[in-house]
Design a protein around this ligand. Structure first.
Ligand code: FEO
Ligand code: CA
Ligand code: CA
Ligand code: CA
Length: 722
């Protein structure tokens, strides 16, 4: 078998092609970027901090929103460190394998921890997260900054060089104990956090709130698929429950104090047998293919090969029994959902909120709740050429529902309307309704005849195809501006955009106004050779304003807030005027903190010949504050106001071969959490590409790298970023 050398976060699935694994982008590290500023280890090194001030950005710059960025931009670099601005310090909150409870050994770094113990250890692949203030009586308190619950996604496991003693064992079948450990190292963690010294935070080991939810945890189905034939399995013949949440990428939260975790690249662990098509209806074959699961498809992690035990056998979505009640043919339909978790009730059963649709959910971002108005949640499907969605609840928000837990979740999230976005060339847009019986979503749809709303939400991609939604450049995170309600969403990159003068083949697409650029970006490999990334290699951030500033509106106006690019790129590529203090590539994470500061994170493979991934702070303006422009390749579009050091600055750079993802800020703005995912991503056990977090304090560290949560504070106790 072939061990997954790295997690595939870049899969393509669309109406016209099967799953296609992108060639791994070689991010070599030979060319060390000269640092423009001096590196200084400050007194904060006690907390493992290295400050690097560099390349300008005035200290106090007024912005449109009345917010002033007040830190010196960090220079691009390729150090095996988190680099923060001068006057800031970092500490590690928790990393893969750290015990949540007493009685467990500390992580040793040799893969010797038992599989079972991962039910009580921090999982791998830290990703989306949310900080919930915790009151002294154990309830959600949105104002509390010194004590809280941190809910965290563990997206995937870095099995080849972190989790197991000798990496992933190769052979025809996976080793059961290794797969078991991987199953328990996925999912979500909830931990209590408390301020320790100053505004720094520490995990409260042994807290009654500390909890792991894994790929084996029992989870209820809620909404239109509850009890539906599409989710019946041997484990739950009545279709009321399933096991596990998987490949939890980004997240969301609700105003009543629950966490939303979103299932993205579940195809990494779900296989399908050869010859399975012949055992399926034509309709099932269409649906499985649209979701990237053709027959004879082996998942990269091959969990289904570890034995006949139900823990493993269920990871192939294949017909093996007489009916769906006897096998796991419907496993595929049990993933790709938004899952609600009540972090304040450690014994509550999470729920898959199916009304929000099934696709490669990156995350689920709520608009600020308004009393008497519906709950509105924005979502993206992260695969090339996929769509942007929103959910509008039927129930209207009642602030008295705060702290109502899963019952309140059922009230707002199990009934409502799902929409998909269409972006028009003139800067307008529509939300197209995905309701059974409307817009041709019924048995008359020749490509895929729908039978009911459970069928529509399970196959939201097929419904979105039917209504004519706009295919986007890989929707990643969204964020809603807390003051003007405008919605921002990262479109991380898309190698499938082709020259507008060419004839697209297969899954290729010509640029359009909302995904306008086509160009080549050069990349220097480790051996000094060069390659060229074509399409939209650096990505962009789109934003929209709902008509009437009403989240439930069915029309909107949009522009492109920022085009990511190298500062030295051509003018029709670097359309936002990025400079050395704020150039970046492949935006992924995105978050408005409680003060209205926007944080932008990167998961990049196009600029990593120059810099590790990063996080920037921004004070954005509003839709329409820029103007018309023609993008590289010749497509007309509309952009926001140009970037400047005053409204966009690089706040930190991560260690080698990592992704920066997940960010949360306490209500007082004085403690910031972010995640370093997969440092040393291209490693093998014999050639580790990073030793972070150990390398943060010890340049000679030799430990295995691991994903971790970093706490950032200011040495003077002030507010972060401002
Ligand atoms: Fe898991 Fe789309 O990033
Ligand atoms: Ca380049
Ligand atoms: Ca992501
Ligand atoms: Ca990544």
């Amino acid at each position: 078998m072939t061990a997954p050398s790295t997690y595939d976060d870049n899969e393509i699935v669309n109406a016209s092609s099967n799953l296609h694994m992108d060639a791994l982008i070689a991010t070599r590290l030979s060319r060390r970027q000269a640092l423009k500023g001096g590196m200084s280890v400050t007194a904060a090194a006690l907390l493992g901090s290295v400050s690097l001030s560099a390349c300008g950005g005035s200290d106090d710059a007024a912005t449109a929103d009345g917010l002033q960025l007040s830190f010196s931009a960090v220079a691009k670099n390729k150090n095996d460190l988190v680099t923060v601005p001068e006057g800031y310090q970092v500490s590690i909150l928790h990393a893969l394998g750290d015990p949540l409870q007493f009685g467990e050994e500390s992580w040793k770094g040799d893969g010797s921890e038992s599989a079972e113990s991962y039910n009580r250890r921090i999982g791998d692949g830290h990703d989306g997260m949310y900080y919930f203030g915790l009151s002294d009586d154990g309830k959600f308190n949105a104002e509390r900054s010194d004590r809280g619950l941190l809910a965290m996604n563990h997206e995937y496991v870095v099995a080849p060089y972190v989790l197991h003693p000798n990496g992933m064992t190769t052979g025809a079948a996976r080793v059961p104990t290794e797969v078991e450990k991987e199953i328990y190292a996925h999912g979500v963690s909830v931990v209590e956090v408390k301020r320790s010294s100053g505004n720094d935070m520490a995990m409260v080991r042994g807290s009654r709130f500390n909890r792991r939810i894994t790929s084996a945890t029992e989870i209820a189905f809620a909404g239109p698929v509850q009890g539906h034939a599409l989710v019946r399995t041997k484990f739950s013949p009545d279709g009321l429950k399933t096991r596990g949440t998987n490949n939890n990428c980004a997240n969301g939260y609700t105003p009543w104090g629950t966490y939303l975790t979103c299932e993205e690249n579940w195809l990494n662990v779900v296989s399908r047998a050869a010859g399975d098509d012949a055992k399926r209806s034509a309709k099932e074959v269409v649906a499985l293919k649209r979701y990237g699961l053709p027959e004879n498809r082996k998942s990269p992690y091959l969990w289904d090969t570890a034995g006949s035990d139900d823990l493993f056998a269920r990871w192939t979505s294949s017909v093996t029994g007489a009916s769906a009640n006897d096998d796991y043919r419907n496993t595929a339909n049990t993933f790709g959902w938004v899952v609600e978790i009540d972090p304040f009730n450690p014994t509550s059963t999470p729920a898959k909120r199916s009304a929000l649709g099934r696709f490669n959910h990156e995350g689920a971002w709520p608009a600020p709740a308004v009393a008497g108005q519906p709950i509105v949640i924005y979502m993206g499907d992260d695969a090339r050429n996929e769509y942007i969605y929103k959910f509008v609840s039927k129930a209207l928000w009642n602030p008295q529902d705060v702290n109502g837990g899963m019952a309140v979740g059922a009230k707002y999230l199990d009934e409502g309307t799902l929409y998909v976005a269409k972006f028009n060339a003139d800067g307008s847009g529509q939300w197209l309704e995905l309701s059974y019986g409307k817009n041709g979503l019924d048995a008359s749809n020749a490509a895929y005849p729908f039978v009911d709303q459970g069928d529509v939400v399970t196959h939201a991609r097929l419904a979105a195809d039917k209504v004519g939604a706009t295919k986007m450049d890989r929707p990643e995170w969204g964020a809603v501006h807390p003051r003007n309600g405008e919605v921002y969403m990262t479109l991380t990159n898309n190698s499938n955009r082709v020259d507008p003068s060419a004839t697209p083949t297969g899954s290729q697409l010509k640029p359009d106004a909302a995904n306008p650029r086509y160009y080549s970006d050069n990349y220097t490999n480790n051996d000094g050779s060069s390659k060229s990334n074509k399409g939209n290699p650096n990505g962009h951030i789109i934003r929209w304003h709902e008509n009437g500033s009403n989240g439930a509106a069915t029309a909107f106006a949009w522009d492109i807030y920022l085009f990511a690019a190298q500062a030295d790129a051509a003018g029709d590529v670097n359309l936002s005027g990025l400079s050395a203090v704020n150039d970046f590539s492949s935006p992924d994470g995105l978050y408005f903190d409680p003060r209205g500061l926007l944080w932008i994170q990167t998961d990049d493979g196009a600029y990593t010949d120059v810099t590790n991934c990063m996080m920037l702070a921004a004070v954005p303006g509003q839709v329409g504050d820029g103007g018309a422009v023609t993008a590289a390749g010749g497509t007309a579009t509309r952009k926001g106001a140009n970037a400047s050091p005053d409204n966009l600055r690089r706040f930190l750079v991560g260690p080698k071969q990592c992704e920066i993802t997940g960010v949360a800020v306490t209500p007082d703005g004085k403690t910031l959490f972010f995640n370093v995912q997969h440092p040393g991503e291209e490693s093998s056990l014999s050639n580790l590409g990073s030793h972070w977090p150990a390398s943060q304090t010890n340049p000679a560290a030799t430990q295995r790298p691991r994903s971790a949560t970093v706490v950032v504070t200011r040495t003077d106790g002030g507010a972060i970023g401002l």
